[in-house]
Design a protein around this ligand. Structure first.
Ligand code: PMP
Length: 384
């Protein structure tokens, strides 16, 4: 298989697997136990936290482990509203293209009487900063926006949002799940108060992520208990934390080179497809995007049909968010970008990874052209 679905998840790297095994086989004591084994686990956890924090660009004490970014997002939003309540702030402002889990939570909160506003995006998927400015008033507790969109890779203007949020006395939460490992942005230079991250997007294990909580903010727990400085209860998942740390360390070691390589491969992919398939539409083409993500539409061909053909040609990709795959629901991201429902069902996402090579991209182009070309009247079969 040629795996081009790295925004959905990535293969755990050898370093992560090795450290996880060590965590399972050797460091299995409870980090809260006061005996020697427990203390060894505790030290390993502190070390893992520091190594993970160095990729994120935060302090170890700012990192609260969670079961993943979905939980971190919940913790940010529910906690942000809880803190806001004390100041008479009840409003939540999100972008219209947030992760489905976060939008579902916002819908639940709306049902419980919270005011929720969605910041629109333009046809390129760029956040409408004027609309954001109008929406972020003195009753806003929290502004929550993703750093990069998982479907299109379009980057969000988080620094400008931090200014707007702080000027109104609100907090800024950034869902940085797709940024970490695919960008040089760091928490400490972002201006954000809260960041969500997830290990499995950067060759770490699934089931562990973190909410980074800016130093000085005292954060209410979603899951009560004494672990994680009272911010997230439950015996710590040390093997997963070790895997996250190993993956983060590995990621940091070659990050700048990997990003340059991804960008070159993305250009190769997009230029190659465009040359062969004139009917191709590239979402967010004029926006700043992640270097690994290409969200494409081939005429009006339904994404399921395209993905099925690609899979038969050995290429694995996704339509929109993996979480909504399997259905023919139009992508909420493409709808928010102004696409009609028919076309919002047609977008597919090719997302490259650290192990993707030029030959893989050439193979992907050939597979797409062979699979899709004959279905598009305007395609040029000579280039297949
Ligand atoms: N936010 C974004 C932007 C994502 O891409 C994802 C993963 N699809 C999540 C949140 C959820 O992450 P997790 O799988 O760790 O819960």
């Amino acid at each position: 298989w040629l795996y081009l679905d790295h925004n959905a998840t990535t293969q755990p790297c050898a370093e992560a697997v090795e450290e996880m095994l060590d965590g399972l086989q050797r460091l299995w004591a409870n980090p809260s136990s006061t005996h020697a084994s427990g203390q060894a686990a505790r030290r390993a956890l502190a070390d893992a936290r520091a190594r993970t924090a160095s990729l994120i660009g935060c302090q170890g004490a700012e990192l609260v482990y969670t079961s993943g970014a979905t939980e971190a997002n919940h913790m940010a939003v529910v906690g942000g509203l809880e803190l806001g309540r004390a100041q008479g702030r009840q409003r939540l402002v999100l972008s219209a293209v947030e992760h489905p889990g976060l939008l579902a939570l916002a819908e639940r909160l709306r049902g419980q009487g919270h005011a929720v506003d969605l910041i629109p995006v333009d046809h390129q998927g760029r956040l409408d900063l004027d609309a954001a400015k109008a929406l972020i008033g003195p009753d806003v507790a929290l502004v929550s926006v993703m750093g990069a969109n998982n479907e299109t890779g379009v980057l969000m203007p988080t620094e400008a949002l931090a200014e707007l949020a702080h000027a109104a006395g609100a907090l800024l939460h950034v869902d940085a799940t797709q940024l970490l490992g695919k960008s040089l942005q760091r928490f400490d230079r972002s201006g954000a108060d809260l960041w969500s991250v997830s290990a499995h997007k950067l060759h770490g294990p699934k089931g562990i992520g973190a909410l980074v909580v800016r130093k000085g903010l005292s954060w209410p727990a979603l899951i009560s208990g004494r672990q994680e400085r009272q911010r997230r209860g439950g015996t710590e998942n040390l093997p997963a934390a070790l895997g996250f740390a190993a993956a983060a360390q590995r990621c940091l070691r070659t990050l700048a080179e990997d990003l340059a390589q991804l960008r070159a491969l993305q250009l190769q992919l997009e230029a190659g497809l465009r040359a062969a398939l004139p009917g191709l539409h590239l979402y967010g083409e004029q926006a700043e995007r992640l270097p690994n993500t290409s969200c494409l539409r081939f005429g009006q061909l339904d994404a399921e049909q395209v993905l099925g053909k690609l899979e038969r040609a050995g290429v694995l990709a996704s339509s929109g968010a993996a979480c909504s795959a399997g259905g023919t629901q139009p992508s909420h991201v493409l709808l928010a970008m102004g696409e009609p429902a028919l076309l919002a069902r047609a977008g597919i996402r090719l997302s490259l990874g650290r192990e993707t090579r030029e030959a893989d991209v050439a193979r992907a182009i050939a597979a797409v052209v062979q699979a899709i070309g004959p279905l598009l009247p305007e395609a040029s079969p000579a280039l297949a």
